[in-house]
Design a protein around this ligand. Structure first.
Ligand code: ZN
Length: 303
């Protein structure tokens, strides 16, 4: 059995703000939305990320009452409420192609509504690719699209988190400045924020491998975006080098970022209340890598 999350931090005298280690994984919903929560519980997680529908298709799926009830029951039974939904990868709100842009806005709106029905507090989005139309035009499309969505849904709206990206191709969101610019254009500041992915920022050129490099990157994030805007961290090691602009996740401690950086994050009091979620490679044969990677992260926490 995995140790209860509380016990990881339990013995730290004088630490008041961090009674729980907010650690989780991206988990499959192939057995049902609620099964992801029960699975997270078996890993000793108290946060997780899911897709709320098949992420590889444009097809929408509104949760039935039975699904919503099952999800609520699972939340109550597992105590898991810090849930993030990752929007479908097909979505490109920055697209210069009119049809794709409209389809993306609609899909993101449906994602926000679905997450609202399921009372999921965070929806994570890759900002998008400008496809040659240029950075300024891409950013304009993203902010307009987000304003349209946030202005047209009511009720309990999840917070939309823009994920830092590796900057492959014409992908936007690989610099903190770009994310700050998008957010500056969003009217509803209460419903927007950032998800930082360690693999992506490393691929985008932000080093976190040494204490000095880590502090410099965190400071840059703080002055450009603001640490209070950071709501979720994706913990992934990287298969490719610093600044390579290629997004390839690796197991914690086995990639080019290395264990030290994850130790800095796991023990950083500035991020103690920020959910940390792995998106590392999954099962190979009989090996359950989620359990291994989560345990590696827990073992990096200073007692
Ligand atoms: Zn990520």
């Amino acid at each position: 059995m995995t140790a209860a999350p509380d016990s990881v931090h339990g013995g730290t005298a004088g630490v008041l703000a961090n009674p729980v280690l907010l650690l989780g994984a991206h988990l499959s919903i192939s057995e049902g939305l609620e099964e992801a929560l029960y699975k997270a519980k078996t890993y000793g997680c108290n946060t997780l990320q899911i897709f709320t529908k098949n992420a590889a298709t444009w097809k929408e799926k509104e949760p039935t009452e039975a699904v919503i009830n099952g999800f609520e029951k699972a939340k109550a039974e597992t105590g898991l409420t810090r849930i993030a939904s990752h929007a479908a990868y097909l979505i490109n709100v920055a697209s210069a192609e009119k049809k794709k842009h409209r389809m993306s806005i609609n899909a993101l709106k449906q994602e926000m509504i679905r997450s609202s029905m399921l009372q999921i507090p965070y929806v994570i989005l890759h900002p998008g690719s400008h496809m040659g139309a240029g950075e300024k035009e891409g950013i304009r499309k993203i902010t307009e699209g987000i304003n349209e969505i946030l202005g047209n849904i009511s009720g309990l709206i999840p917070r939309l988190l823009l994920e830092t990206t590796a900057g492959q191709g014409s992908g936007l969101g690989h610099s903190f400045e770009q994310l700050a610019e998008i957010m500056a254009g969003v009217k509803n500041k209460e419903r927007i924020g950032v998800c930082l992915d360690t693999c992506h920022i490393f691929a985008a050129g932000y080093d976190i491998r040494t204490r000095d490099a880590y502090e410099h990157t965190v400071e840059t994030f703080g002055t450009t975006i603001g640490l209070s805007r950071l709501h979720v961290i994706h913990l992934n090691d990287a298969k490719k080098g610093l600044g390579c602009r290629v997004d390839r996740h690796d197991h914690i401690g086995e990639g080019l970022i290395g264990s030290d950086a994850f130790g800095f994050i796991m023990n950083d009091p500035r991020f103690s209340m920020v959910p940390k979620i792995i998106e590392t490679p999954k099962i190979a044969g009989a090996i359950d890598y989620d359990r291994i990677n989560l345990d590696r992260l827990r073992n990096l926490v200073h007692s």
